[in-house]
Design a protein around this ligand. Structure first.
Ligand SMILES: [Zn+2]
Length: 343
């Protein structure tokens, strides 16, 4: 296996409302995010005479819309969007999908499960949505003030999505999208979102990786209230193995951070990261513990309510993986809260 270290051929991102060409006809756009993770990378791919295909949309905010407007009077002036491809349903990727598709009368291309989940969450205003959130976090052992926060946040996804397209062109693993003079093969990811699409162009040696593989941070792999018994870490590790089979000199275009080479090294680093977290999770179970106690072995800093939701989801992903391996067992206590012990 080639073990080239991770390297970044471009040392700085494009400024807001600017574009940088990372390969012939493949352009890098960056949009701000109002979170600790403060940006997302989007891609514009030349698509025939005067056309441009967009990959991911940015968060559903006025700021992102204004930056798109600047792009279309600036570096994209005279270009006609041909389609929007979204890697997955998260709001920083699909937040402006409806707005862009309506504005340019183009079609959203996404895998069916990503589009369905986004459309469902965007329409979701039912009482049983909140009831299910509360049931889930009660079983994890959230206290009354944490549960009040869950109820108050409600469906936070909805607020970050402008609107979701009513139709989609469904992508499947193995499909080929011909965009301009390049063929892009859809590679299904997993573990981070239901049916994450990565796009690989063998001829250009480029992988648009979305959030499936990132250069510095490890993508969130979590168990969520809509699928409380899921085991996403196996899906994530399987997807990493698939990506690790791509040519060693692939240039990876991730949704966060800088483009990088050294894909196989990064795959190995992420595999080692999760192996180490699984060890720490098991080591924390010197006695039966609740998820929020195990979490302290994985996240040693103070967490706010928003971060706590992600940390719990990630801790459960590791616990469920160990349960699937038969190393950990789960019991539902008389108080209705799960605890975990070594099996
Ligand atoms: Zn994501």
């Amino acid at each position: 296996m080639n073990a080239s270290p991770v390297a970044h051929p471009f040392d700085a991102p494009p400024a807001p409302a600017e574009m940088r060409e990372v390969a012939p006809g493949i352009h890098w756009i960056r949009m701000p995010l109002p979170f600790a993770l403060d940006h997302i990378n989007l891609w514009a791919l030349d698509d025939g005479e005067g056309g441009v295909a967009l990959v991911d949309s940015g968060l559903g905010t006025d700021e992102t819309k204004a930056l798109w407007a600047s792009l279309f009077t600036g570096p994209l002036a005279g270009k006609t969007p041909t389609r929007l491809v979204c890697t997955h349903f998260h709001p920083d990727h699909m937040g402006l999908a409806g707005w862009l598709c309506d504005r340019f009368d183009i079609e959203l291309h996404a895998t069916m499960r990503e589009w369905l989940f986004a459309r469902m969450l965007w329409l979701e205003q039912s009482d049983d949505f909140i009831a299910n959130q509360l049931r889930y976090y009660r079983r994890i052992g959230f206290d009354e003030s944490q549960l009040a926060g869950v109820a108050e946040r409600g469906n936070s996804f909805r607020n970050r999505i402008e609107r979701m397209p009513v139709r989609v062109i469904g992508l499947r693993h193995g499909d080929t999208l011909t965009i301009g003079r390049h063929d892009w093969r859809v590679i299904e990811g997993g573990g981070h979102s239901p049916e994450h699409a990565c796009l690989h162009c063998a001829e250009a040696g480029i992988l648009i990786s979305g959030d499936q593989i990132l250069p510095r941070i490890s993508p969130i792999v979590g168990v969520w209230p809509q699928q409380p018994e899921s085991e996403p870490l196996s899906l994530f590790l399987d997807a990493l193995s698939r990506l690790g089979e791509l040519p060693a000199d692939t240039l990876v275009l991730p949704s966060h951070g800088l483009p990088f080479t050294g894909l196989r090294t990064r795959v190995a680093e992420l595999q080692a990261h999760h192996a180490e977290r699984l060890d720490r999770t098991l080591a924390a179970l010197t006695e039966p513990r609740r998820a929020q106690e195990v979490l302290k072995a994985l996240f040693r800093r103070e967490l706010d309510a928003h971060q706590m939701g992600f940390a719990v989801a990630e801790t459960l992903a590791h616990l469920h993986h160990l349960m699937a391996q038969g190393k950990v067992a789960r019991d539902l206590g008389a108080d209705g809260v799960w605890s975990y012990r070594r099996a």
